[in-house]
Design a protein around this ligand. Structure first.
Ligand SMILES: C[S@@+](CC[C@H](N)C(=O)[O-])C[C@H]1O[C@@H](n2cnc3c(N)ncnc32)[C@H](O)[C@@H]1O
Length: 190
């Protein structure tokens, strides 16, 4: 099912959401991403995430933020400039952070996930914004997530991301978080 939820009502999806306090945010964010970053961290805190996987590292600003709040952070990127990546600069912001493991690989290839200790508690999907990436990465990531874990998509303003989410909502519960570009996906199984 596809739902819409205001950030202040996310406790209806994740009961501990209201108690999740973001003490500070770090890293370089524009005004929009700042709001999304706070909600993302609160979602992770609400599901008591110890380990987090980010798909789509870019320079590593969000990986750095996640590393500040959560135990083990994996971040995956193919680092290819033709797909919007930063080549050798990929992950430069989070590279030296002790609890960050940077993986260079294609998110569409299952082997790219083989070094990740499973299950992870939260997955943040923020790489290719086409329908194929959105749907394929969700099905792959759902197999890595703990039963109480959560998957969060970014950039719902992309038409192709929305199309993917609508398809996914036929299988999973999907909540579009209003006033942000985030969508929460939870398994309806179990
Ligand atoms: C929007 S940026 C990620 C931003 C990052 N999550 C942040 O918040 O700072 C998208 C990234 O996805 C990566 N990407 C695109 N397609 C990919 C694929 N198939 N596998 C792995 N990474 C991919 C690009 O290289 C780019 O760095």
């Amino acid at each position: 099912m596809l739902y819409s939820v205001k950030p202040e009502n996310l406790h209806t999806v994740l009961p501990a959401y209201d108690h999740a306090k973001v003490i500070e945010t770090i890293g370089r964010y524009d005004a929009t991403m700042q709001e999304d970053a706070e909600v993302l961290v609160k979602i992770g805190l609400a599901c008591k995430a110890k380990s987090v996987l980010e798909i789509g590292t870019s320079l590593g600003n969000t990986a750095k933020l996640l590393a500040h709040y959560f135990g083990d952070v994996y971040t995956l990127d193919n680092a290819l400039e033709e797909f919007g990546g930063h080549g050798e600069r990929t992950g430069e912001v989070c590279r030296d952070i002790e609890n960050v493991t940077q993986i260079i690989g294609n998110s569409l290839t299952p082997e790219s996930y083989s070094s990740i200790e499973q299950p992870v508690d939260m997955v943040f999907v923020d790489d290719g914004h086409d329908y194929h990436h959105v749907v394929t990465n969700t099905f792959t990531a759902m197999q890595l997530i703990a039963p109480d874990g959560v998957l969060v998509h970014h950039d719902t303003y992309w038409e192709s991301v929305m199309l993917g989410l609508k398809h996914l909502a036929t299988v999973f519960d999907v909540w579009l978080v209003e006033d942000t570009y985030l969508a929460v996906v939870k398994s309806t199984i179990g």
